[in-house]
Design a protein around this ligand. Structure first.
Ligand SMILES: *Cc1c(COP(=O)(O)O)cnc(C)c1O
Length: 220
């Protein structure tokens, strides 16, 4: 029996409510608990409550805490949601089940080689710099068609698009733009929505929401 963890129940209820508004099946929305900066001790109650999808933004940090947890719970799926350096591609492919931050041709190439060599093929989201912000990761809107082509040519299992909209403005137009781009390129996955805005993202079609603060509390 899972051990209840109230913030998880609350978040699941909010996901279900947003899906209902949009006439969507809540089961079509994957809740990824973003566990960056959290210790194994903080993560354990979520695992005990039945949560199985977790996201990290640093390869090294993830390598430090996840192998032991995954050994104990082999059905855990690990998602990479942070900027990825090409020289970490092999480690990322070995550790993660889904990579949400594929955003440039050099990384596509490195991941393609790592997958061919390692025999694992994590699902990939291509990250789009949806608000065209210079400081943010993600490919430029104009570069998305060529990045999709390169990723498919390199044999990456591309399942969707990911974005982090600009802070402090209404995110819905950015979510809608990402959804439109995904539809245009026949990509079923939409990784969008964080603690502050996931219900909105779900009404606009998010298939994967990435939630940290609402589950673990504020980060230090
Ligand atoms: C940290 C992070 C999140 C989670 O953010 P919260 O506001 O804590 O829910 C989601 N996506 C990415 C890419 C992140 O880096």
């Amino acid at each position: 029996m899972p051990t209840p963890y109230p913030p998880l129940d609350e978040t699941r209820a909010q996901i279900a409510a947003a899906a209902k508004i949009a006439g969507r099946d809540p089961a079509a929305v994957t809740l990824i608990a973003i566990s960056k900066t959290r210790t194994a001790e903080e993560i354990a109650p979520l695992i005990a409550a039945g949560q199985r999808d977790f996201g990290e933004n640093r390869v090294q940090e993830a390598e430090g805490k996840w192998p032991a947890l995954v050994a104990a719970h082999p059905d855990i799926r690990l998602h990479c949601v942070g900027q990825l350096q090409s020289n970490k591609a092999e480690e990322a492919v070995a550790l993660f089940d889904v990579i949400h931050s594929v955003d440039r041709p050099s990384l596509v190439e490195a991941l393609g080689k790592a997958m061919a060599k390692g025999g694992r093929r994590p699902d990939c989201f291509l990250q789009v710099n949806i608000g065209e912000e210079p400081q943010k990761g993600g490919c430029a809107l104009a570069d998305l068609p060529s990045l999709i082509e390169a990723a498919r040519a390199a044999g990456l299992p591309v399942i969707g698009l990911m974005a982090v909209p600009p802070a402090d403005i209404e995110p819905a137009p950015y979510f809608a733009l990402l959804a439109k781009l995904a539809a245009r390129h026949d990509l079923p996955g939409l990784s969008m929505g964080m603690s502050a805005d996931f219900p909105t993202a779900i009404t606009i079609g998010a298939t994967h929401v990435r939630i940290g603060t609402a589950l673990f509390g504020a980060r230090a």
